[in-house]
Design a protein. Structure first.
Length: 338
């Protein structure tokens, strides 16, 4: 069922808008805005960004599972740059039709169901900042309206009016982009591959840091690293050739390998396991790559040593270390496109 632009309700709304003065319309809008933000609006529980072609789109998920696109990125996605001041206003009309669907050429392709879904949704970001969004499913639906309009004109041998040409091209890019990402998501879900995507992305990072084969031994840890540990622990330093307490190996893992990159220590322990006597056949650093792993290790070590030098005691050093180099998580919150 198509929207009736000539209905009594629509005509009445337009008539009321004409009858109101500019000040009256401003006052009504102000009261409506206050009422919206005074209401018990939901807070987003997840937020993030993703790419559609060259466009970065901001999204949020509400407690009820509703997926939203922020109003500003929604408008940019369909080629409309117009946006309310501060991003917290709503672009609509008295009769409830959003400005991006007001063209008469679009009327035959707009259902009442679609029009109902154009109601803006007020929410707050994770930071508490006010925001306006649209149901994420509205983006492909509105894009299809413009493309149906284009196809109908083409069937009549007519061109898309110049003022809508860039919008049609933007909507076409949206549909193409969503189709490409959509088929990947469908396959991943159907095959169960989505469960291993994060693990594979993590593995790619590990492969940048770690060698496939063991490298020749070379000194990587400056003596001062261990001297500073002894100083901060108030232990007597007797030189590098004297057996160090076993806990020093734990400190090395804690201060260095667990903070280099996600999953590095776990991967090193897999590639460089202990034998039946509890010994490893090589030092962990021998597995680091020359182009990525070694430079990152060196940079990290000298930064840690710098913290050791200025620390007065063990607890102060640990506090500074945790603040400067928090331990890396075991998984990564990566977004995947094509």
């Amino acid at each position: 069922m198509n929207v009736d632009r000539d209905s009594p309700q629509s005509k009445g709304g337009k008539a009321r808008a004409v009858a109101l003065s500019a000040k009256e319309r401003k006052d009504i809008a102000k009261r409506a805005a206050i009422a919206r933000w005074d209401a018990d609006i939901p807070h987003a529980i997840y937020e993030g960004e993703f790419k559609i072609g060259d466009l970065t789109v901001s999204a949020a998920v509400l407690p009820n599972g509703k997926r939203l696109l922020t109003q500003s990125t929604f408008l940019l996605a369909i080629g409309r740059s117009r946006s309310p001041k501060g991003g917290t206003g709503v672009l609509t009309t008295v009769d409830g039709v959003p400005f991006f669907l007001q063209a008469d050429l679009l009327s035959p392709f707009i259902s009442e169901e679609l029009l109902a879904s154009t109601t803006p949704i007020f929410f707050r970001h994770l930071t508490g900042k006010k925001a306006v969004g649209y149901d994420a499913q509205l983006l492909p639906a509105v894009s299809e309206v413009y493309l149906r309009m284009r196809d109908a004109l083409a069937a009549e041998g007519k061109a898309v009016p110049a003022q809508y040409d860039h919008i049609v091209r933007a909507c076409d890019a949206v549909i193409r982009g969503l189709a490409r990402v959509g088929i990947v998501a469908l396959i991943d879900e159907a095959t169960g591959y989505q469960e291993v995507r994060d693990r594979m992305a993590l593995q790619a990072i590990l492969d940048q840091f770690l060698r496939k084969e063991l490298a020749a031994w070379a000194k990587r840890f400056p003596d001062e690293f261990y001297q500073q540990i002894f100083r901060l622990r108030d232990w007597q330093w007797k030189g590098m050739r004297v057996n160090r307490p076993q806990v020093v190996a734990h400190y090395t893992n804690d201060f260095v390998y667990e903070r280099l990159a996600p999953g590095i220590l776990d991967e090193l322990q897999k590639r460089n396991p202990k034998d039946e006597r509890g010994n490893r056949r090589a030092a962990h650093h021998q597995w680091l790559t020359e182009d990525v792993g070694d430079p990152v290790l060196a940079q990290h070590l000298y930064a840690v040593i710098g913290l050791m030098r200025v620390a007065d005691d063990w607890d102060q050093f640990k506090a500074m270390l945790d603040k400067a180099f928090p331990k890396k998580g075991q998984t990564l919150p990566l977004l995947f496109g094509e």
